[in-house]
Design a protein around this ligand. Structure first.
Ligand code: PLP
Length: 246
């Protein structure tokens, strides 16, 4: 499971899936990168075996290091260590490890602010006439709002949101090209606000057919936002001038 999912911010009921899979000789794996371990704790649910975190994102927090973590029961971790690390060589470099360790010390502070800022920006986008809909687990309009309340801890729904800009691929492309303060990037979880338009950046026809993309819920005007730690007024001001030009 990848939850919240990229880029549609869809949630999986980890508790329900864990219950279904328990005792069935299955290994359940949750990619928890979008939430961070501060906000969602998949291993607290029975039937969940492994959690994956891209430490490149919120755990490190500054987009200056590449790393990942797998957390779970010792026997499974031992198998990963012996079979994969030994032969495939996915070993973190010492400087990245140092940067990530440093990042973990401020992760709670950063996550609190990411969540607060995301809520402000989600509400702003919901009121913006050029936006069709906003997908943020903290909004009452979120399709899986009750599940979001169960999964996310601390009344904080994280820094990731998606919204649908009216006018399809062209409007999405134009909006992103007109932004000055918000940075275009395929990564997330940084101190800076990062924006991504799948239909023109990561999910173009080169990688996936339009039909397949649409089936995955990645519509033409869908934009993904990783809300940073700046004053949200600055992010909103950039959006305002960007929306004016489309
Ligand atoms: C970025 C990301 C990954 C990959 O992590 P890297 O650290 O970039 O290798 C995996 N899952 C999710 C959900 C991600 O956002």
């Amino acid at each position: 499971m990848e939850t919240p999912s990229n880029p549609t911010i869809e949630l999986v009921d980890i508790e329900a899936v864990g219950k279904i899979c328990k005792g069935k000789n299955l290994i359940t794996i949750v990619d928890n990168t979008f939430a961070s371990p501060y906000l969602i704790r998949p291993l607290d649910y029975e039937g969940i075996d492994l959690v994956i975190e891209s430490m490149t994102k919120y755990i490190s927090g500054h987009t200056d290091a590449l790393g990942g973590a797998v957390i779970g029961k010792t026997d499974l971790i031992t198998q990963i260590t012996l079979n994969s690390l030994l032969y495939l060589g996915g070993i973190i470099d010492p400087f990245a490890a140092w940067l990530i360790t440093r990042g973990t010390k401020t992760m709670p502070l950063r996550m609190d602010k990411h969540g607060k800022n995301a809520m402000v920006i989600a509400e702003y986008l919901e009121g913006q006439p050029k936006v069709e809909k906003v997908l943020y687990p903290g909004l009452d309009s979120f399709p899986q709002r009750d599940l979001a309340k169960r999964l996310f801890k601390r009344g904080n729904y994280g820094g990731m949101l998606a919204f649908e800009v009216k006018g399809g691929v062209e409007a999405g492309r134009k909006l992103l090209n007109n932004l000055n303060f918000i940075r275009l990037a395929a990564s997330l979880g940084d101190c800076d606000t990062l924006i991504e338009h799948p239909a023109s950046m990561t999910h173009t026809e080169f990688f996936i057919s339009r039909e397949e993309r649409m089936r995955a819920g990645i519509t033409d005007g869908l934009v993904r936002l990783s809300v940073g730690l700046e004053n949200p007024d600055d992010v909103i001001a950039d959006f305002e001038q960007g929306f004016k030009l489309i």
